[in-house]
Write a new protein. Structure first.
Length: 552
């Protein structure tokens, strides 16, 4: 998962356009990370974050079931080389130490992060293979124990065998490891086909526990994704076992009393999962509708942008295992926060023209939501920063964390403007016509400045960011001019002291908004140059602007 990084979202969009591509995606990811449970947990997280539609999860989940069969095939390679010196190179006992040494050496000496992540995958695979091999050797003495053989005769009962496989897989939370354990048991000769088949069926149900557990306290669709995984495996097991044992009742299979090998286990596991996928994939839409039908949306449970669980679902703790993707999610939500602040300022400006109680309440709610953005994003990015991130990701996190505070302060000042509008409405007073005209020009200047800042930030446009500081200088000049005109109106008796205080509050709030816009733009430019000296940058920028105005 570390290797995918910020490209995971793009890959998902491309690979889930068709059911077949979704199956290949699920199989490929699972084959790499050697755990279908981990893949389904990731799917639950993506659905919870709103990045993956529920309808596109079915193929990935089915593919994950197929991808987990790779482990069984790799573990069975050792039996291929038995008795043949040339085929011994296929045995895990031969190649596992080699790939472990290569992986550890790469982790120690490689500086490139992507190569280090690939090395971690290699080492993890080597540890899994070594553990399975060690367990197989440790189980061999049990083959002569009568109680051990009697245990597996008991598992020949389809129900008991299925329960045993489900419980084992649920406890260790890995169907790959569970299959490996079964393959290790087959080497003792105590396991028969009659016991192995129901155990394999039960393992497919037991692996659903991990996804179901991870869906606790998630959105409705995330819970539905976990249920799709459960029902697919339960229905597949039910169909296969019903058909198989019905045929066995009509004409008993003689091979059920024979002992399978590790390769036989891999073949049965693969055949079942490929067949189940081929059977149910055409009915994927019906499966989704069924899950939605049994988990209906309650009245009043509609999506609400101001509902914390819905807005911040993208900051799923599961994504912290993939820091690059978690940074991308943080960037996306910070962009949403920036755009929300822009809409809030526009709402505040409208309230100065025509006050509306509902719009004021909406403005206040937007400010509350911006505060939540700051709290959630700040906490989440601190957690990301504690993980292994690249230099570029650290730079981006620095920009996001610096900008969070500025956007939150802009939101506070926007609410202050809305409160000034409410105060005038409550007191039934209004600005003079000249003051209204001046404030309108001032609002347009600050609005343009904020819009430019938000667009530069959201699109990461450094060229556009360089336009912010000149606009901020214009706002500063307008502030001085409007304050001087206000004082003149007070002296002429054309403005009351009460209205004067309200006007000064509005001008001060807008000027502070302009200052925070400048901070955001300067942070973007300076971080792109690996520098954080905002004061020096502003000094040099203003000197350059002054030089440009000197007649030559």
């Amino acid at each position: 998962m570390l290797v995918s990084g910020p490209r995971l979202k793009v890959m998902l969009g491309r690979m889930t356009k068709s059911p077949i591509k979704s199956v290949f995606l699920g199989a490929g990811v699972t084959a790499v990370i050697q755990a279908s449970a981990a893949t389904t947990v990731m799917v639950v997280g993506l659905v919870n974050a709103g990045l993956l539609p529920l309808s596109q999860t079915v193929g990935i989940i089915m593919g994950a079931n197929i991808g987990t069969t790779v482990t069984a095939w790799l573990l069975s390679l050792g039996t291929l080389g038995a008795g043949n010196a040339y085929l011994q190179i296929l045995s895990p006992s031969f190649f596992v130490p080699l790939i472990a040494a290569v992986g550890v050496a790469a982790m120690m000496f490689m500086k490139d992060e992507r190569k280090q992540n690939i090395s971690r995958i290699v080492v993890g695979f080597a540890i899994l293979m070594f553990g399975m091999q060690t367990m197989s050797e440790a189980l061999m003495p049990l083959s002569q124990h009568p109680g051990f053989r009697q245990l597996f005769l008991t598992f020949s009962n389809p129900i008991l065998g299925m329960l045993a496989g489900a419980v084992l897989t649920a406890v260790i939370q890995s169907s790959s490891a569970s299959i490996g354990i079964l393959q290790a048991f087959t080497l003792t000769g105590a396991v028969t086909f009659g016991a192995a088949i129901p155990i394999i069926m039960g393992q497919n149900i037991g692996t659903c526990v991990t996804a179901l557990t991870s869906s606790i306290n998630t959105t409705k669709n995330a819970k539905r994704a976990a249920l799709i995984h459960l029902f697919f495996n339960v229905m597949g097991t039910a169909v296969f076992m019903s058909g198989f044992y019905l045929l066995n009742a009509i004409r008993p299979f003689s091979f059920l009393n024979h002992s399978p090998g590790a390769i036989d286990i891999a073949i049965m596991n693969t055949a079942y999962k490929v067949s189940a996928t081929a059977l149910f994939l055409p009915f994927r839409d019906w499966l989704v509708k069924f899950v939605v039908w049994i988990t209906p949306t309650k009245e009043g449970e509609q999506f609400d942008l101001l509902e914390e669980a819905s807005v911040f679902a993208a900051l799923d703790p599961r994504f912290l295992e993939t820091p690059g993707f978690a940074v991308t999610q943080s960037r996306q939500l910070t962009n949403q926060m920036a755009e929300l602040v822009g809409r809030q300022f526009a709402s505040s400006s409208e309230l100065l023209d025509v006050y509306d109680a509902q719009k004021f309440r909406d403005n206040s709610r937007m400010e509350d939501l911006v505060d939540q953005y700051e709290d959630h994003l700040g906490t989440y990015m601190v957690q990301i920063n504690a993980r292994h991130v690249t230099d570029r990701e650290k730079q981006l996190l620095t920009l996001l964390m610096q900008s969070l505070s500025d956007f939150e302060r802009i939101s506070d000042h926007a609410l202050s403007i809305a409160r000034s509008a409410k105060e005038m409405s409550d007191k039934q007073v209004c600005f003079s016509q000249s003051a209204v005209s001046e404030v309108e020009i001032y609002k347009q200047a600050v609005g343009r400045l904020l819009h430019t800042t938000v667009q530069a930030f959201v699109t990461d446009d450094l060229e556009l960011a360089t336009h912010v500081e000149p606009l901020e200088e214009v706002v500063d000049e307008l502030t001085d001019e409007l304050q001087a005109r206000h004082v003149q109106r007070l002296q002429d008796g054309r403005c009351t002291l009460e209205l004067g205080f309200i006007l000064m509050d509005v001008l001060t709030s807008m000027e502070r908004i302009a200052d925070h816009c400048s901070n955001i733009a300067v942070s973007m430019i300076e971080l792109s140059r690996d520098s954080l000296d905002q004061h020096a940058f502003l000094q040099s920028f203003r000197k350059l602007s002054l030089d440009d105005t000197v007649p030559r």
